[in-house]
Ligand binder design. Structure first.
Ligand code: SF4
Length: 96
C-alpha cells in the first residue's frame, strides 16, 4: 500500500499481524495522519471481515429531561414546571 509512508514501519507489523509496541501506540494516538491510520485500519478490517460491513443499532432512552442545574450551553434540560418537561415511568421505559 503506497499510501503508508509515515507509519511504514508500523504497517509492516500490521501486515505481519505482529503485536504493536507501546511506542507504536503512542505514535499512532498522537498522529493527525488520519489517512494512514484509516488505511491501516481498513487493511485489518478487510483481513478479518473481507467486504462485509457491520452496523450497530442502539437505543438510548432519556427517561427524563428535568434537570436542577442550568448549564449555560445546555439546550436540552427543562425545569420541572416547564411545559415540555417529562419524566417517563418504568412502564413507559419498558414499552420503548
Ligand atoms: S448539561 Fe443540561 S442536563 Fe446536563 S447537567 Fe447541565 S443543565 Fe443538566
Amino acid at each position: 500500500m503506497e499510501t503508508i509512508k509515515e507509519f511504514k514501519d508500523i504497517f509492516e507489523k500490521v501486515k505481519a499481524a505482529t503485536r504493536l509496541s507501546v511506542e507504536d501506540g503512542n505514535r499512532l494516538i498522537r498522529s493527525k495522519n488520519l489517512v494512514e491510520l484509516g488505511a491501516m485500519a481498513n487493511f485489518v478490517k478487510k483481513r478479518l471481515h473481507g467486504g462485509r460491513i457491520h452496523f450497530t443499532h442502539s437505543l438510548n432512552v432519556n427517561h427524563s429531561n428535568i434537570c436542577v442545574l442550568s448549564c449555560k450551553f445546555c439546550a436540552w434540560a427543562k425545569t420541572k414546571k416547564h411545559p415540555e418537561a417529562y419524566a417517563l415511568t418504568v412502564d413507559e421505559i419498558e414499552r420503548l
